[in-house]
Design a protein around this ligand. Structure first.
Ligand SMILES: *Cc1c(COP(=O)(O)O)cnc(C)c1O
Length: 431
């Protein structure tokens, strides 16, 4: 067993002062029925816990750290920024440079506004969509996560057109009533929703490649279908690319699949490990935002030099030749190794991967959405997770999260991970 005694002590102490001992719920490791390691530091592909255990990291701070921990260029740029000031609440040139860079990379973005988290980005994008269209209703998909704004913390009851039922106490019923939930990868159901409600729907928001119920590739033609349908009804299409932006391609999922959403939400990677979100899109829509237009949105620390520096440096590195080819190659290698390991170990696993996002579902079913993801055997996943951790491989502590490959994973770590997976699949198979 791993020695995690210092982490355990720290967790006990933390729970006295912080709800659940954590500042974001998944970190508590509840879904894998153990206490979390407390992290002391990270370098490159590795993180180190307070007990001195070393792990190959596939969480990457839940996506942002595509360059690994403490990338030299990012750290140097941040040092420079610290010397000149971390926030002014006044315009800086860096914000324009950052906006231009994002616009250059992401096909559908003509103007962009920086915020401080992905949650803020989706919340603001939906206010904008409602302000622009003058409609109230929105459609989201079962199992897609868009941050914790009230009207997005909704899942459907039974039946396709069930009006929203809040997933969390504290979300008013009348807020939930404007959110319609549909199953992902199911165009027929979405068409029926539009036949009944189309004229009232301000926006459809989705993760073009959902990563928050595990990684789920969109069916061939699905995103095209959603695009045509929204266009037909004058509904705005919002791609929440907080996870997929600069992850599945430089231009995100919209570049990878060739679809132009009206508004795009970004976060995670564009912050280079610091807190950032952004939303951008068509100029005529973005011009409705204050101070140009009537839709209000503001932020004391929005576009602050520190976060912009980390993000700008990261995006510049990602623009270099061959980066995404390299990521694809590393990810394909790991995926092939893991599949082989599962087969040899006799474990029943459904693998998914889009670029450097991947998942291993412990199910015999094909996974195309929330319902099929939910067929996974959680006990098996928990056994797999614990065995991997013991072998020094750190993946997200839930069946319903994606894994992330970073540019710093080299053959050595990939091979070590595959070996660890083989052992872990064997143990999971018996769970
Ligand atoms: C992480 C995530 C968010 C929320 O971003 P925060 O910065 O945690 O608020 C929203 N949408 C998607 C798709 C995400 O993966």
């Amino acid at each position: 067993m791993l020695n995690m005694s210092r982490s355990k002590e720290m967790f006990i102490e933390a729970q006295k002062y912080i709800p659940g001992g954590v500042n974001s719920p998944v970190r508590a490791f509840k879904s894998v029925k153990m206490d979390p390691p407390f992290i002391a530091s990270g370098k490159g592909v590795y993180i180190f816990d307070e007990d001195g255990n070393r792990y190959i990291d596939y969480v990457a701070s839940w996506g942002p750290l595509i360059l690994g921990h403490c990338h030299t260029e990012v750290v140097n740029a941040l040092h420079y920024c610290l010397e000149i000031g971390t926030s002014f609440g006044a315009p800086t040139e860096l914000e324009t440079k950052m906006a231009k860079l994002v616009i250059d990379c992401v096909p559908s973005i003509e103007m962009v506004r920086m915020v401080n988290s992905g949650t803020e980005a989706t919340m603001s994008a939906l206010r904008l969509a409602r302000g622009y269209t003058g409609r109230d209703k929105i459609v989201k998909f079962e199992g897609c996560y868009h941050g914790h704004a009230d009207f997005l913390l909704i899942k459907a009851g039974s039946g396709a057109l069930t009006h929203g039922v809040p997933t969390s106490p504290g979300v008013p019923n009348n807020t939930a009533q404007n959110t319609i939930t549909a199953p992902f990868n199911d165009l027929e159901t979405l068409e029926k929703i539009f036949e009944q409600e189309g004229e009232n729907i301000a926006a459809v928001i989705l993760e073009p490649v959902p990563g928050n119920m595990g990684c789920i590739p969109p069916n061939h033609g699905y995103l095209d279908g959603v695009r045509s349908l929204t266009e037909k009804y004058g509904t705005l299409l919002i791609f929440d690319e907080v996870m997929t932006g600069f992850r599945v391609a430089l231009g995100g999922a919209q570049a990878r699949y060739g679809i132009k959403p009206d508004i795009t939400c970004l976060g995670k990677i564009i912050g280079g490990g610091l807190p950032v979100g952004a939303y951008g899109g068509r100029k005529d829509i973005m011009e409705k935002i204050s101070p140009l237009g009537p839709v209000y949105q503001a932020g004391t620390l929005s576009g602050n030099p520190l976060a912009m520096t980390a993000g700008y440096t990261t995006l510049q590195i990602l623009q270099r030749d061959g980066i995404y080819e390299k990521l694809e190659e590393k990810s394909a290698k790991l995926a092939a190794g893991m599949e082989e390991a599962a087969k040899t170990a006799g474990a029943e696993v459904y693998f998914t991967r889009v670029g450097s996002m991947f998942s291993a579902f412990f199910t015999a079913h094909e996974v195309t959405g929330f319902q099929s993801a939910a067929t996974s055997d959680i006990d098996k996943f928990v056994a797999f997770f614990k065995a991997l951790l013991k072998e020094g491989v750190y993946i997200a502590p839930s069946q319903f999260e994606a894994g992330f490959m970073s540019l710093v994973h080299e053959d050595k770590e990939i091979e070590k991970t595959i070996e660890a997976c083989y052992k872990a699949f064997k143990i999971a198979g018996k769970a």
